[in-house]
Write a protein that binds this ligand. Sequence first.
Ligand code: ADP
Ligand code: MG
Length: 375
Amino acid sequence: MELFLVEREKWQKMKIVVLAGGISTERDVSLVTGSMIYKALRKNGHRAIILDVYLGYEGETEGIFDSDRDWAASISAVSSVNPDVSKIKAMRPDGDKNFFGPNVIKLCQEADVVFMALHGVGGEDGKVQAAFELLGITYTGTDFESAAMAMDKTVTKDLFRAWDIPTPKGIVIYRKENFKDAGSGHKHSVIFDKYVAENGSEEDIVFPCIVKATNGGSSVGVSIANERSEFDAACDEAFKYDTQAVVEQYIKGREFAVSVIDGEALPAIEIAPKQGFYDYKNKYQADSTVETCPADIPEETALRLKSLAERAFRALRYRSYARMDFMMDSDGNIYCLECNTLPGMTPTSLLPQEAAAVGMSFEELCEKIIAMAIK
Ligand SMILES: Nc1ncnc2c1ncn2[C@@H]1O[C@H](COP(=O)(O)OP(=O)(O)O)[C@@H](O)[C@H]1O
Ligand SMILES: [Mg+2]
């Protein structure tokens, strides 16, 4: 684990923008991730500020990195439901013309590095990263290419299949009225009269199944349909957030996550919600879920999880760090669900717990992420 050791005396004191917020369904989670990172960076002696990527900052920017303001003071814990982002959008009528709020680009260009604390669409999907590359801004985490591939669960699953990484069987569906045959010549099939799939048929849907928004995160737009009568409601939930949904075989069993830093996996963490599945509430409300790290599993299973996580890291062409989510059925078959480009760093998040299991503090984890960005 030498790779993860960071020598304190080498830490440089840098001007850092922690970029958070935005207009995705994970806005609130991102703000809490950002505030945790900001506090750690301040503790490490950096000249850090937090900026909301969408709302920006309209005050004086001269000397901003040296002000003693507590930029995290107004950020509160994640509530039990995801936020209504239409209120945030309404605060910036020009938001459609420029996603970046006032002074965001200016301050990011002034900073030595931007610490990406964004989650979801507009931050974790590679768009901000692509803009930053063109603007010469140094940022943490992976690049736009892997971020975009990982954001789309259908693309991720196609890559898993190509790389022999087991993933639950699934198809992609659209609402019939929204489906436009792109003239690709692909045969498509109508499912339960209401939906269209290009890569499967009604027979591929076996209950219970999971329906999820293709570009979601934090379990927003994810539900279980135990039987046909629950399917339409599950689809309605997914289609609230996206025009495409993934319908997937439900894997009953144990859930794990494995983070990978610089190509090397950390110990697996087991996630056991006290009630229901690992939904938004169980992810962010303290004491809703029992997390065990390192997971209490045979050595062989731990090694298999690590090797699949490292393989997924390569398949998605990740650089820097990421977290992979897994299910294991009662026969011990492991399935990779998805990859997370900018994993949560909230008090209940998984990556910091995995780092702690190898003796890496939250502050050291933040330094390691910065070191990978500036090297
Ligand atoms: N095929 C599946 N079988 C069983 N549970 C699943 C399956 N897919 C998702 N889940 C549950 O839903 C949660 C969220 O799904 P995931 O694919 O990780 O999307 P995201 O975290 O991006 O919202 C998982 O952590 C898991 O608890
Ligand atoms: Mg997940």
